[in-house]
Ligand binder design. Structure first.
Ligand code: SDX
Length: 436
């Protein structure tokens, strides 16, 4: 009950406590419980923070009911049409799109920081064959703190452009190196004459025996995919970054934690899981069987790429990716049978009451893998692509978090374990038993 624009009143054990109401710039309302425990002795309980805002933020706005996603107030539909990923990275970290000079300086920084320290390059020789590139990436990023020791928060925040460029550029090189190592090919070094996405594709697919033909259309698609994955407010991996970062851990170790969180199949790992699922459905041939498995609560099978904690309508990113996917595959005359399976799954699910009642729609991961396949990206690199794209989002949240009056993240709990009485009795019985 909002008693006045500013307060709600909570009545606890006969006492009335006024709690401030805060309203965000897009009208989101929250009850500020900052003083609740001090005033009432109570805490709130909200496992997985389904109803809890962890912070104020000015970076990204998501409206899950209307399917809206804006970075620093700009709709993603605008950004994919009018900007490149590197400009969106700058926007997320600095709050504004770069002007021509800022863009040039940032690109120069990215180029200057695109080379991996040669000693780090040899790390790849010691990962076992078949190591998942997300594990390699998380390890290598953590190791950056050993090679670039000015990792205290002040130095990293004072030169956020350098920290940001180093991560966004070197991690892209690390990802491509990890792929080349996994297929036993010589690594391809970054080039200063190529844009961010063109450089990545070249490092992934160029080889001494068959030079890679950089196609502008592929570069455009990769820019769109990276822009759409660049940030998504307080998702699991960003929450991990903000939590770990609140202990004043250096940015590299903090981002390494974000990579680990993102690798989960319920989060960024879903894009790889979608393709594995579509292939399973294609092999079986019975789409309805899998839809029914997903609806069966006794069955752990879930429709990967479907559903979202925040979007209760079509994920706006999925809508753009689906459109680009259809157009790109047609333009390059590439037929992917898994796209037909995906379309059939979507068509059946979107007319099924189970999915309709639970507001389960395709999310960002549902069609992404089809596009990555068309670009030639191997499946075990799909979540790495998500991580490369999400780096500026994580960095922006880290910068916002350390720039505020953030205290170390340390939630409360409700203890439901054994009481002293339980354990004293058990200890007494144990003592008797051991004496006899
Ligand atoms: C990302 O948070 C972000 O912003 C993340 C992300 C980002 O950009 O950072 O958007 C990226 O992680 C996208 C999500 C990728 N994951 C998947 O595609 C995995 C499949 N999806 C589900 O596991 C699930 O939908 C989640 C994890 C995405 C969301 O789970 P929630 O919000 O905890 O929802 P829930 O599990 O409580 O489900 C509510 C109901 C349940 O049924 P009932 O108990 O009401 O009977 O919906 C059902 C669920 O069983 N349900 C599904 C389902 N997702 C939810 N049933 C079948 N298939 C699914 N995919």
């Amino acid at each position: 009950m909002v008693e006045s624009p500013g307060y709600v009143t909570l009545e606890i054990e006969g006492r009335k406590v006024k709690l401030p109401v805060v309203v965000g710039s897009e009208g989101e309302k929250a009850i500020d419980i900052g003083n609740l425990r001090r005033e009432t002795g109570y805490v709130t309980l909200d496992p997985s923070f389904m109803n809890t805002a962890a912070c104020y933020s000015q970076i990204t706005f998501v409206d899950g009911e209307k399917g809206i996603l804006r970075y620093r107030g700009i709709p993603i539909e605008e950004l994919v049409q009018k900007t490149m990923f590197v400009e969106v990275a700058y926007l997320l970290v600095h709050g504004e799109l770069p002007n021509e000079e800022e863009r040039r300086n940032f690109s120069r920084l990215l180029n200057r920081n695109s080379l991996l320290h040669e000693d780090m390059r040899h790390f790849f020789d010691h990962f076992p064959q078949g190591a998942h590139p997300m594990h390699i990436l998380s390890t290598m990023i953590n190791a950056l703190a050993a090679f670039y020791p000015n990792v205290d928060l002040k130095s990293m925040a004072d030169d956020i452009d350098l920290s940001c460029a180093r991560l966004i550029s070197i991690v892209r090189t690390m990802a491509a190196f990890a792929y080349k190592k996994s297929i036993g090919e010589p690594v391809v070094y970054p080039r200063h004459d190529l844009s961010y996405c063109a450089n990545f594709l070249n490092m992934m697919f160029d080889s001494p025996v068959s030079p890679y033909q950089i196609r502008p259309e592929a570069v455009r698609i990769l820019n769109i995919l990276f822009i759409l994955h660049a940030d998504h407010e307080q998702n699991c991996s960003t929450t991990a970054v903000r939590s770990i970062g609140s202990a004043q851990v250096n940015l590299y170790a903090t981002i390494s934690a974000g990579i680990s969180a993102l690798s989960g199949p319920l989060h960024g790992g879903a894009n790889q899981a979608v393709i594995e699922m579509l292939r399973m459905i294609q092999a079986d041939g019975d789409v309805k069987k899998f839809i029914n498995m997903a609806k069966d609560r006794t069955n752990p099978f879930r429709l990967m790429g479907f559903g979202h904690r925040v979007y209760k309508t079509y994920d706006p990113r999925a809508a753009i990716i689906k459109k680009e996917c259809n157009a790109y595959l047609e333009r390059i005359h590439y037929k992917d049978p898994l796209l037909d399976v995906a379309r059939e799954v979507e068509e059946i699910a979107l007319t099924d009451p189970y999915f309709i009642e639970r507001h389960l729609y395709p999310n960002v991961d549902f069609y992404t893998g089809i596009l990555y396949r068309a670009l030639g990206i191997p499946e075990n690199m799909f979540t790495v692509m998500f991580a490369l794209a999400r780096l500026p989002g994580w960095i922006a949240h880290w910068k916002e978090m350390i720039g505020g009056a953030t205290k170390i993240v340390r939630p409360r709990q409700i203890y439901i374990g054994k009481t002293l009485a339980d354990t004293m009795e058990a200890m007494a019985v144990r003592e008797v038993l051991t004496q006899n």
